[in-house]
Design a binder for this molecule. Structure first.
Ligand code: 2BA
Length: 110
């Protein structure tokens, strides 16, 4: 069994969760925040049998888009991007998805 940890954009979350559930796959949605942009994103946990791993990855690929986003310069009161990137606005490409695949040692539902 594998645990897929996918960091995705909030905008892609409803479509991805719907697609996973429609295929009988189980997912848990966690609210998260990106360290660089310091904006909300979503982390999905998907526990899946090895045989279905590729199906999960395919669904993620099909539903999560890349998007350009501007990083605002740091204001006098702080906030925004980290200092070293904050002298002027920069454009970053976010997503489609950052995916970690972990081996599950043991899984139980009680
Ligand atoms: P953030 O950390 O807010 O990063 C958003 C986007 O900013 C990244 O998109 C990337 O295009 C850019 N970026 C991040 N760090 C950068 C840096 N040091 N210099 C220049 N540009 C930088 P993605 O790569 O698609 O990442 C989207 C989100 O996925 C990240 O949001 C973070 O929450 C998560 N993530 C990405 N890589 C990760 C990793 N190795 N470990 C844990 N979380 C990760």
């Amino acid at each position: 069994m594998k645990l897929v940890v996918a960091v995705i954009q909030d905008k892609d979350t409803p479509k991805l969760v719907e697609a996973l559930v429609a295929k009988g796959l189980r997912a848990t949605k966690l609210a998260s925040t990106g360290g660089f942009l310091r904006q909300g994103n979503t982390t999905l946990l998907v526990g899946v049998d090895d045989a279905k791993l590729n199906e999960v990855l395919k669904i993620i690929k099909e539903t999560c888009q890349t998007r350009q986003q501007m990083v605002a310069p740091m204001g006098p009161m702080g906030g925004g991007a980290p200092d070293s990137f904050a002298a002027y606005p920069i454009e970053v490409v976010v997503g489609g998805a950052t995916v970690f695949i972990l081996n599950v040692e043991r899984f139980e539902r009680m």
